[in-house]
Design a protein around this ligand. Structure first.
Ligand code: URP
Ligand code: ZN
Ligand code: ZN
Length: 493
C-alpha cells in the first residue's frame, strides 16, 4: 500500500538518537522509517529542517475555571490552535472539580467542549477538590478506567486546597488505581499570613504577589508532599518548580530513592520576580503561582532540567486577559490577591527552549525532545503511541527551521490573551510544519486543521507506576495499613 504522506530528507531526533531518514505515514501512523522510501501520495521535503516528535504539553489550563473562580481566556479551539503553532500536538489539560461538583458531570462537560473545538489530540488530568468516599471509591476508579490516569491536587487556594489527611487519602487511592498524583506545592498559611500583612500595610501592587508567595512556602510544601509520598510509597509529581531550594529538596529526595518526579516551565527559566515590578498594573502580566524568582533560581531550574531532576518541561499555560475578565477584576484598584494567577506560554514553550536550550548549546536536541515530548508520553501513559518518531506511533511530527529568527510579539501568537510576558524576545528556531496523526495542522503559518478534529486520547498506567522502583509498597508498615502496590503487580517478595 502506498504511503499517504512521506517526509523526506529530514534530520530526525528522538530522545535517544538523531539520524537522517524518510518517514512513511499511512492512516495517521508511522509505518516506515528508512532512507529512500518510495513516493507517497504527498511528499514533503524536509531538507534543512529538524524533524521532531510533536510536543506534548502535560500542564495547561484550557477553558477552565481557576482556583479563584475565573474562566480562562482560551477555549479548546484557541488553546489548541496556539499550541499547534508552537509545535505541540498533544495537550493534557485539566478537568476541574470545584467543591460540590459531581466528578462524572465535570468530566462529561470537559469531554463535550474539547470534542467540539480541539484541533490537536488531548487528554485530561482531574483536579480533585472533594475527595469523599464516592469520589475515591467510585468516581476516581471510573475516570482511570476511562483513560484519565492522573490527577492534580492543591496544597493552597481556598477553593481547591486539601489538608494533609486528604492528600494521603488521595495518594493512597491513586497508588492502588495506578494513577499519577500531580501536586501544587505551596504552603497555604504562609502565603495567607504574609499576604494579609502586606495588604494591611497597603502593599497591594502586583509585585507583592511574589513577596506573598515566598520561596520558602514552595520549599516547605514540596518537602511535605515528598514526606507524604514516602510515608505510603506512592509516586508524586511536583508541578511548576520555581525555586532553587525546591530543586535541591527534590534532588535530595530522588537520591534517597523517594518516588518523586518534577516539572518546570518557561516562566522559571525566562522570567524573574523583578519583572512584575512595573508601574501601575503592568506587573500583573508576569504573576503566576509559584512566582518566577531570581537569576540563581533560573540557574537551578536549568540545571535540574539538564541533570534529570526535573523530567518534564510544560507550559502551565494559564491564560487571563489584561482586563476585568482576568487580571484586573477591579481595574487599577485590583490588589495582587484579586488578580487571576497565571501566565500564557502554550505557543512559546517549545520555541523558547529550542532557542535558549538547543541553539545556545545548553542542551542536546535529544534532551529537548525528552523534556518536551517523550518524557511526558512515558510518564503520563501516552507511550508508545505519542512522544517519539517510531514505527507504529501516531504521525505527530513537527518540522523545525533552526535558522528562522522571530521577534516575539503578542500579535504573532494565536492565543486569546492579548499580551505575552516574552514580548520583544528574539528566538532562533521555529516550527514551520506541524502534523497530527499524519494530517497537516499548521503549514507555513497557516492553520489547516478543522475545529473538532482533535481526539481524546485515553491513557494507560503512567510509566513511573510500572517500574520496579514503585514496587516498594510492601513490608510491615504496608501490611499493617493494608496498602496495595502502586505498580499493579502482586509483589512476590
Ligand atoms: O498561576 C498559575 N500557575 N495558575 C494556574 C493554576 C495552577 O496552579 O497551576
Ligand atoms: Zn498549580
Ligand atoms: Zn497549572
Amino acid at each position: 500500500m502506498a504511503f499517504d504522506l512521506t517526509i523526506r530528507n529530514g534530520r530526525i531526533s528522538n530522545a535517544d538518537a538523531t539520524f537522517e531518514a524518510d518517514i512513511g505515514i499511512q492512516q495517521g501512523r508511522i509505518t516506515a522509517i528508512a532512507p529512500g522510501l518510495p513516493p507517497g501520495r504527498e511528499d514533503v521535503d524536509a531538507t534543512g529542517r529538524w524533524v521532531l516528535p510533536g510536543g506534548i504539553d502535560s500542564h495547561c489550563h484550557i477553558e477552565q475555571l481557576s482556583g479563584m473562580g475565573v474562566m480562562c481566556a482560551d477555549d479548546f479551539y484557541s488553546g489548541t490552535v496556539s499550541a499547534a503553532f508552537g509545535g505541540t500536538t498533544t495537550i493534557l489539560s485539566f478537568a476541574a472539580q470545584h467543591r460540590n461538583d459531581s466528578i462524572p458531570e465535570v468530566l462529561a462537560d470537559y469531554h463535550r467542549r474539547a470534542a467540539e473545538k480541539a484541533v490537536i489530540d488531548y487528554g485530561f488530568h482531574l483536579i480533585l477538590t472533594h475527595p469523599d468516599e464516592q469520589a475515591l471509591r467510585e468516581h476516581l476508579p471510573r475516570a482511570v478506567r476511562d483513560g484519565i490516569s492522573s490527577l492534580k491536587v492543591y496544597m493552597t487556594y481556598d477553593r481547591l486546597k486539601l489538608d494533609d489527611y486528604q492528600l494521603l487519602d488521595v495518594m493512597d487511592t491513586a497508588g492502588e488505581l495506578g494513577a499519577l498524583v500531580m501536586m501544587h506545592a505551596e504552603n497555604h498559611d504562609m502565603i495567607r499570613w504574609v499576604a494579609h500583612r502586606l495588604l494591611e500595610r497597603g502593599h497591594t501592587a502586583p509585585r507583592f504577589h511574589a513577596v506573598a508567595h515566598d520561596a520558602l512556602a514552595e520549599t516547605e510544601a514540596t518537602h511535605r508532599a515528598i514526606a507524604l509520598a514516602r510515608l505510603i510509597d506512592v509516586p508524586v509529581l511536583i508541578v511548576h518548580v520555581a525555586g532553587r531550594e525546591t530543586v535541591d529538596v527534590i534532588r535530595a529526595a530522588q537520591k534517597l530513592g523517594a518516588p518523586v518526579l518534577a516539572e518546570s516551565c518557561p516562566q522559571y527559566l525566562f522570567l524573574e520576580a523583578r519583572n512584575s515590578d512595573l508601574a501601575g498594573m503592568e506587573g500583573a502580566k508576569f504573576c503566576c503561582s509559584p512566582p518566577p524568582r531570581d537569576a540563581d533560581s533560573q540557574q537551578a531550574v536549568w540545571q535540574g532540567l539538564l541533570d534529570g531532576t526535573l523530567g518534564v518541561f510544560s507550559s502551565d499555560h494559564a491564560p487571563y486577559r489584561f482586563d476585568a475578565s482576568g487580571k484586573l477584576p477591579k481595574g487599577e484598584a485590583t490588589t495582587f490577591k484579586e488578580m487571576a494567577n497565571g501566565v500564557p506560554g502554550i505557543e512559546l514553550r517549545l520555541p523558547l527552549l529550542f532557542s535558549e536550550g538547543v541553539m545556545s548549546g545548553r542542551m542536546s536536541i535529544e534532551q529537548f525532545v525528552a523534556l518536551t515530548a517523550t518524557n511526558h508520553a512515558r510518564l503520563y501513559g501516552l507511550a508508545p503511541r505519542k512522544g517519539s518518531i517510531a514505527v507504529g506511533a501516531d504521525a505527530d511530527i513537527a518540522l523545525w527551521d533552526p535558522q528562522r529568527v522571530v521577534e516575539v510579539s503578542a500579535g504573532l501568537l494565536h492565543d486569546n490573551v492579548g499580551y505575552t510576558p516574552y514580548e520583544g524576545r528574539r528566538i532562533t528556531g521555529w516550527p514551520t510544519m506541524v502534523f497530527s496523526r499524519g494530517r497537516y495542522v499548521v503549514r507555513d503559518g497557516e492553520l489547516l486543521a478543522a475545529r473538532g478534529s482533535g481526539e481524546f486520547i485515553p491513557r494507560g498506567r503512567p510509566g513511573v507506576l510500572r517500574t520496579a522502583a514503585s514496587c516498594a509498597r510492601r513490608g510491615e508498615f504496608s501490611e499493617l495499613l493494608g496498602l496495595k502496590p502502586a505498580c499493579g503487580c502482586d509483589h512476590p517478595d
